[in-house]
Design a protein around this ligand. Sequence first.
Ligand SMILES: Cc1cc2nc3c(=O)[nH]c(=O)nc-3n(C[C@H](O)[C@H](O)[C@H](O)COP(=O)(O)OP(=O)(O)OC[C@H]3O[C@@H](n4cnc5c(N)ncnc54)[C@H](O)[C@@H]3O)c2cc1C
Length: 534
Amino acid sequence: MPEVPVDAADAADLVVVGTGAAGFSAAITAARAGLDVLMLEKRPELGGTTARSGTWIWVPNHRLMREAGIDDPRDAALRYMARLNRPDRYEPDHSTLGLPPEEHAMLAAFYDHAAEALDELVDAGAIDPVMLDRAPDYFAELPENAAPYGRVIVSRGRERPDQLTGRELVDDLAATARRLGVRIETGCAVRDVVRDGDGTVRGVVTAGGRRIAARRGVVFATGGFTHAEDLLRDFVTVPVRHGGAAPGSEGDFVRIGQRLGARLHNMSAAWLAPVPIEPLVADPTAFTTNIFALRGDSMILVDRTGRRVTNEKLAYNELASVFLRWDPATAEYPNLRLFMVFDDATARLFADGKSGNPLPLPGVPAPHVVTGETIDELAERLAERLETAVPEVAGGIRLDPAFGPTLAATIDAYGDDADVGVDRAFGRGASPIELFRNGPPRPGNDRNPAMFRFSPVGPYHAIVLAPATLDTKGGPAIDIHGRVLSADGSVIPGLYAAGNCAGFPSAQAYWAGGATVGLAITFGHLAARHAAAS
Ligand SMILES: Cc1cc2nc3c(=O)[nH]c(=O)nc-3n(C[C@H](O)[C@H](O)[C@H](O)COP(=O)(O)OP(=O)(O)OC[C@H]3O[C@@H](n4cnc5c(N)ncnc54)[C@H](O)[C@@H]3O)c2cc1C
């Protein structure tokens, strides 16, 4: 760790490393507090995974909720998060809800400051907020959830009054930061920090050897480690080897934190969502969006035997965990590849070309979709595809010889359930998020909008799906001010982290769409506020 003085001529009050949601929240807050801010981004483009996102931001008890009279009490919100984070420890009447006090304090800090972090971005002109009041939390039905609707915010633009894309959101954040005097440099990877004799972080060292002084501190906001194979091997025991995160998510801050003796936290967890594996393998550099909903009613997800394994409409983080089920009897991951099977009408009715929906639009080439005129032919083509594709596509999974007949029987049984609107096996279509993501029912389906009998006439289609991350969420642990902690629990002075590079105690939980960006802006904001006050 370099301990020699940095070049004071190359300096800022606050150095922010990374230009996603967490970085911009820190930079904008700090600039509005009067600090001179320098942002460093290792990629040529700004925005990281934030620029790929659906731009949902989950913020408990925000201003628009309060103005609309939606009550989001603190106790219930903390219970909801605690219940999902640590169901094994959760005690609703305990003073810290059964959580270790420091974890409870982190959830409380999030609840207490998320709305303020959002207001900072709104007041700065970076976000024009709209409340998605029809978007339910992912466990809206839990008794702990006192405000199941209203916490999701998106930003709108003049030409796009519904909501911006991730790239547009990043453009707005960057324009706001620049207007406030923030300097932004791209193509500048930070490789290390500089500490003085008492261990306080005083600056950074870039890959090019520049030593930049940071008078008030350094905020790391460098994303997760989806694209660091060695870190995935070291820390993530389940075989999730792919992800939709931007290429900059290489775990740089995990490595820097390890050298600093930081306490690493939540390293084995990730924000999960399945992905269509073939496009990702065909071009790993292109952006293949993770799946946010298996849309469609005449659609099922089956395993290599041709049987359904889950409620296909689960929220994506939970759905991805089904792929990672370990079978102790056979000592393997039998669901590592699952097959989304649907009929032609489903593709026509539910494809929308939007990010997160893998159904092919009519007339648009979709080489990842396998098609057969009959179920038997579909089974043959799918088996062929798995055998002839590069090994990464199949992930070691081969179809059972009886896949075709079993799939036909599964589709028949599914049709019987769809006819009465009740999924006896998995309860599909029962929770608010399932119905919200499914979209409106097809005309004539007045039973269960998420289910419909398959057409007796082909063609039928299948897509090979794999488990994937949106990004990981473990890293050096932080406290309620975003300060990075050493292995002994003490604070590393001058060093802050926020977003996916920081270890926040959310465990495997995904409370709602927007939870990751909500956390990122909140702890970016808190870090900047603390640095400004120091
Ligand atoms: C398809 C998709 C849709 C999503 N939709 C949503 C959504 O709607 N709502 C939601 O909450 N979450 C969503 N997510 C997840 C969300 O996008 C991320 O969790 C979030 O944007 C991460 O923000 P961040 O600031 O932590 O990191 P990032 O946005 O990843 O930014 C990190 C930046 O740091 C840079 N960097 C890394 N190392 C260095 C270094 N050493 N030096 C300098 N720069 C460095 C990277 O290049 C990158 O630009 C989605 C993810 C995907 C893949």
